[in-house]
Ligand binder design. Sequence first.
Ligand code: SF4
Ligand code: SF4
Length: 472
Amino acid sequence: MKIKAQISMVMNLDKCIGCHTCSITCKNVWTNRQGAEYMYFNNVETKPGIGYPKHWENQEKWKGGWELKNGRLQLRSGNKATRLAKLFYHPDQPEMDDYYEPWTYDYETLITSQRKNHQPIARPRSLITQKRMEIKWGPNWEDDLAAGESARQDYNLQNIAEDITLEFHDLFMKYLPRTCNHCLNPACVAACPSGAIYKRDEDGVVLVSQDGCRGWRHCVPACPYKKVYFNWKTNKAEKCIFCFPRLENGLPTVCADSCVGRLRYMGVLLYDMDKVKEAASTPDKGEIYHSMLDIILNPHDPEVIAAAKDAGIPANWLEAAQNSPVYKMVKEWQVALPLHVEYRTLPMVWYVPPLSPITQRAEADVYLPAVQEMRIPLSYIAELFAAGNVGVVEKVLQRLLDMRMVMRTQETGEKLSRKLEYELETYQAMYRLMGIAKYKDRFNIPAGLTGESQDKLRELQGSCGYNCPGGC
Ligand code: SF4
Ligand code: SF4
């Protein structure tokens, strides 16, 4: 057993309101400069939809992630020799149009205009060419299904189109915030010919060395989530850095800290590195999720604690792993799932799938629909989070529904109508963490060297997500 620590994130999708605050705060901090205008390390998509960049989930087009070839794990973009042959020309690169052409407006016209009969207009201007342009697509063009037809082209619908109609009365949508997943088996790292992308030993954050990057761009198509970007100004690859300077000081990422829905959680997971390859090579793609759970270790197990100490994991990291909100949701309660686990990169950003709006019928005081009656089709959620394994999604949603049932019956005094999988206290704990958790419960990040910064942070933070003057 080779124990490693990983900083990981969970997003509770039922609480995302699609406000894009996370994308904007991230943009202002990390990609607000020339060459990076089109980049969103964090973006929020409306699903169904084709996303950003367009059709990123179609690996037949991009050849991202890993596949099993004769039982062996291999990058979809080919073996070493094939990739070497593509060194100077890689045909599967996304182009600017696959993202969008970034623009600004002629604000100057508004400010400097003379008094006229008609109001002046600020026309759009390309941030790349500086020329006037017509806006045809943007990073959230499909917001709230606004792009209409593109929803039908969602790659996840191709196998289940017959079960799903996108007619008005059956319409459904959900938001999907996305960042780099800081995967345990990152395809971007494996594809880089210069060895410039690496996974940090101490916390699993995946970074691009700006000194080492030679601009080969093999990482861009290799990442199946399309979360490595090419900076046209510096000729280097860039990606989400999980706000590592903040992590080192015990602070969550900017996207998590600023999240209006308070749906993001961050904490430590311990995993067995010796079993990563085996988990990623699970023959049945619908079972990869279970293999991932198997490599995540119980931080309360004395054997794991001893091995972690031997591996040099600091005491405050071990303690953080034991109190990790991520561990609770991912492994203990099993209510969070990885996005597109079939890409075999073993992503470390997890999602609590959405239950859809819960209806309350007039004829009954306590009414919750069955999991199968939910508005968002189970098969669709399964395509996103369980490689099509509907059984996995059904179980997760049932746990979430049971949590709501427990809390409702507690209010009304009604008897529970079905046998529960977990103890009553577990559902109450789930509700406290997933429904009403305070800042210090949502984020448990050990500071780089000592626990001091973390204690200081808790002292400062109070109960809301903001530590600015006026925060509560
Ligand atoms: S999600 Fe991040 S770590 Fe995973 S392959 Fe893509 S860029 Fe690499
Ligand atoms: S800030 Fe939070 S609620 Fe708003 S879009 Fe981002 S993840 Fe969703």
